[in-house]
Design a protein around this ligand. Structure first.
Ligand code: FAD
Length: 260
């Protein structure tokens, strides 16, 4: 149901793989150089320019067995979730919240205590990690000769904050539009529009679930998994918390004032 992806300037990470592919294709990469104007046009991939959700946590070494744990609780991560992932002696723990950012340290400390208590969290050489994401449903992801992709365009999964796939897909679609003259807005709407719309509706609903609702959601997913309906459980987590969401999308979009 989940993949663990290593990020950053470390051997074997997704980022290093993409960098190598770009170099092999003859791309000239310039590190530590900001560009604020692309006078000849091009693809803008500058990442988020606001914070709709933030994550605070640790990367660490550990003697724990592999495992993936997620906790839904406003005491650990308001309107979000806390997670602990362990794989091959490396771990990551994070409180991922959509509200009350000022008290981030308190939520992080509670998440640490929670996972210590529940699964015997063991952290060696902890390093702080974290960041922010933004999401919106743009009217257009293009301004003249500029094609906005990834979080620079607002392409982000509003429900859980999983934007990596959208960043890569929109990058591919923008490149295709540039090379072929196809309409970029039409391309991303066809491929990503439904997912972005469903995620925004799901975020609106999730905000309103509160503690008991989180429990009910987890029990439904558990039942689906136990009866072998992994596809149903996956959909509940990722796309379709509620059905017929296209009809309620305008209301949810208005709530977030997200149409840019
Ligand atoms: C802590 C954390 C955990 C996450 N976990 C997940 C996860 O488990 N799964 C998932 O799918 N997504 C996850 N995400 C979200 C995911 O990382 C982002 O949605 C995705 O990386 C967005 O890609 P991007 O290319 O749009 O932007 P970014 O990855 O933010 O890249 C933008 C790059 O542009 C550079 N830049 C900015 N301005 C300029 C400029 N003027 N000139 C030159 N360069 C510039 C930045 O330095 C940065 O390197 C997580 C995000 C965070 C913060």
């Amino acid at each position: 149901m989940a993949y663990i992806v290593r990020r950053g300037a470390i051997s074997g990470s997704l980022d290093m793989g993409l960098k190598q592919q770009a170099l092999d294709a003859g791309v000239d990469i310039r590190f530590s150089e900001s560009r604020h104007h692309l006078s000849d046009g091009g693809i803008v991939a500058g990442g988020p320019h606001g914070a709709d959700a933030i994550g605070v946590g640790y990367l660490f070494d550990t003697g724990m067995a592999d495992g993936a744990y997620i906790a839904l609780s406003d005491k650990l991560a308001p309107q979000g979730y806390a997670w602990l992932l362990v794989q091959g002696g490396r771990g990551t723990l994070m409180s991922w919240m959509y509200a009350d950012f000022h008290n981030e340290q308190q939520y992080l400390q509670r998440s640490l205590a929670f996972f210590r208590d529940k699964v015997g969290l063991d952290m060696k050489q902890p390093r702080r990690t974290g960041g922010a994401v933004n999401f919106l449903f743009p009217r257009s992801a293009r301004k003249d000769k500029l094609f906005y992709i990834g979080e620079a365009a607002g392409f982000q999964d509003a429900l859980w904050g999983f934007g990596m796939r959208y960043a890569m897909l929109s990058g591919y679609l923008a490149a295709r539009a540039l090379l072929t003259g196809q309409d970029y807005d039409r391309l991303w709407r066809q491929r990503l529009g439904g997912l972005l719309c469903a995620a925004l509706v799901n975020r609106y609903v999730y905000h309103r679930l509160e503690y008991r609702g989180y429990g009910r959601l987890l029990r439904s997913i558990d039942q689906a998994l136990r009866s072998g309906r992994t596809d149903v459980a996956g959909c509940m987590v990722t796309r379709h918390l509620i059905y017929g969401n296209a009809s309620v999308f305008p209301l949810c979009n208005m709530h977030y004032h997200r149409t840019a």
